[in-house]
Structures are given as structure tokens and as C-alpha cells.
Write a protein that binds this ligand. Structure first.
Ligand SMILES: NC(=O)c1ccc[n+]([C@@H]2O[C@H](COP(=O)([O-])OP(=O)(O)OC[C@H]3O[C@@H](n4cnc5c(N)ncnc54)[C@H](OP(=O)(O)O)[C@@H]3O)[C@@H](O)[C@H]2O)c1
Length: 254
């Protein structure tokens, strides 16, 4: 049995569904203690219940610095120090530049980038030297996909932050890596109010552009996160790792 994360403590933001939940399950299977966050107390509790011991939950909105401070305080009192931060919480929202409102702009940037930034800032004093941070970014940061100007910029900012932190935290032997996720089959579209049928159409369209001919699964992203935070990846920092079924090498030329 793979116990590569035995005795490690991990914090996963946005762990009540999708990629964060699958990663929590994988970390637990590999021997880690895991704390997940999310905005909705009921959803966090249900996830903790189905993940089983020793999963724990804490309700915190990543866009709220107050919540992030409370999270850090809880982590300090509950665990003292931690070994792994998986900064995964995020939202997607699509609209062409003429339709983007200031509210949309702020909501996306505040959760996906500002919130990720201050979560790391608050939790960093609790991260052991030799620990590991993984950010969840997206192919949007590079794809130039119409209708994703703000979403893509929020993820590009994450990529930049991760590269800077990889050097800033290297003296503490803290490794910082980024996963560039392609289309993964999670409830992310439904959460922003896209209807089941529309979400199905979007997923069908995405699938058609993926060389491997299918969407990714959350558990496949979880495997990559688990590797990047493990000792097997001890010489890997400042890297970006794509998991997208070949989407970004699709040449568009036949
Ligand atoms: N699915 C994809 O195709 C894809 C591709 C590339 C990158 N990603 C990235 O992967 C990450 C995970 O998304 P997912 O696809 O697994 O979607 P998901 O199932 O919707 O999961 C998102 C998680 O983030 C949490 N979250 C959202 N806003 C939050 C906030 N303000 N504070 C705290 N938690 C918050 C959600 O919890 P609540 O909503 O209950 O608060 C949920 O636990 C996101 O950063 C997303 O951008 C996804």
C-alpha cells in the first residue's frame, strides 16, 4: 500500500467537491491528515463525513481575508505545523469583455488570485521547512480562449506567483509547483448556474478539441498533486505540469 504521505498534514482549499475532494481522498489513502475548506458549511461537513477519519473541515471563503486569518488560527491551534498546501479553490465564469461587470471581475480575481495569495501568506508561517505548495491553474492562462479574459488572467497571475514563490521559499526548501489543468469533469460549471444541458454542450465541445478524446477525471489530477507533494518530487520546484489530454499541443494544422 502506498503510504508516501504518512505523517504529513495537508490543507486543501476547496476540498468539498471535484479536484479538491478527489485529492483529499488520495492524500488520506496515502496516509496524510487532511483539512479541507469550502464556503458552504453543509457541503464541507458532508465531504468530511464521506472522506472519513482523519479528514477535517473548516468553512472559509477564500476571497475573505478575515476567513483566511481564522483558518490560519484554527490550523495553528489544531495542528501546529503543516507540510502541504494545495491551493485549489476557484471558480470559472465566462463572458466576453464587453459584458464583464466590475462585480464579475472582482469576484473572479478575489477568489482565484487575491484569495490564493493571502491564503498562502497566512498559512506560510505554519508550513514546515521542506514542505510543499501546489497551485491549481488552468490551460486558460495560455489558450486565449474567447470569453475568459478575467478567468484566464486570474490563472496567469497564479502561474507567475508560483514561479516567484519557488525562488523566494527555496531557502526554506519549500517547493512550489503549479498544475495546468485542462477540461476536467467536475461540477464547476453547474456551480455558476450553467444548466445541466448547457454544461453538457460545453463539455461536448471541449471534448472535441482534446486529442485523447475525453475529459479528465478529478482522480487523475489528484494523482499528479500527490506526486508533486511527495518526496519522489523532492528536486521539482517552480514547475508547471499540464494535465489536459494533449489539448495545448493540438496543432490546429492537419
Ligand atoms: N474543472 C475543470 O475543467 C478545471 C480546469 C482547470 C482548472 N480547474 C481549477 O480547479 C480548481 C477546482 O475546481 P473543480 O473543477 O474541482 O470545481 P468544483 O468541483 O466546483 O470545486 C471547486 C472547489 O472550490 C471551492 N470554492 C469555490 N469558491 C470558493 C471560495 N470563495 N472559498 C472557498 N472555497 C471555494 C468549492 O466549494 P464551494 O463552492 O462549496 O464553496 C469547491 O470545493 C479550480 O481552481 C478551477 O479553476 C478546473
Amino acid at each position: 500500500m502506498d503510504q508516501s504521505l504518512k505523517n504529513k498534514t495537508a490543507i486543501i482549499t476547496g476540498g468539498n467537491s471535484g479536484i479538491g475532494y478527489a485529492t483529499a481522498a488520495d492524500f488520506l489513502a496515502k496516509g496524510a491528515r487532511v483539512l479541507i475548506t469550502g464556503r458552504n458549511p453543509g457541503a464541507v461537513q458532508r465531504a468530511v463525513h464521506s472522506l472519513g477519519f482523519p479528514a477535517e473541515g473548516f468553512t472559509a471563503d477564500q476571497s475573505s481575508t478575515d476567513d483566511t486569518k481564522k483558518l490560519a488560527e484554527y490550523v495553528r491551534s489544531r495542528y501546529g505545523k503543516v507540510d502541504i498546501l494545495f491551493i485549489n479553490a476557484g471558480i470559472a465564469k465566462f463572458s466576453g469583455i464587453t459584458d464583464v461587470t466590475e462585480e464579475d471581475f472582482d469576484a473572479i480575481m478575489n477568489i482565484n488570485f487575491r484569495g490564493a495569495f493571502f491564503t498562502v501568506q497566512q498559512l506560510l508561517p505554519l508550513l514546515n521547512d521542506g514542505g510543499s505548495i501546489v497551485f491549481l491553474s488552468a490551460t486558460n492562462a495560455y489558450a486565449g480562449m474567447p470569453g475568459t479574459a478575467v478567468l484566464s488572467a486570474s490563472k496567469a497571475a497564479i502561474n507567475s506567483l508560483a514561479r516567484t514563490l519557488s525562488r523566494e521559499l527555496a531557502p526554506r526548501h519549500i517547493r512550489v509547483n503549479t498544475i495546468i489543468g485542462g477540461p476536467i469533469d467536475t461540477p464547476i460549471l453547474e456551480k455558476i448556474g450553467v444548466s445541466h444541458d448547457q454544461a453538457g454542450d460545453i463539455r461536448k465541445k471541449m471534448t472535441a478539441s482534446i486529442p485523447l478524446g475525453r475529459l479528465g477525471e478529478s482522480s487523475e489530477v489528484a494523482n499528479l498533486v500527490s506526486f508533486l507533494v511527495s518526496d519522489g518530487a523532492r528536486f521539482i520546484t517552480g514547475g508547471e505540469y499540464s494535465i489536459d489530454g494533449g489539448l495545448m499541443v493540438h496543432p490546429g494544422i492537419n
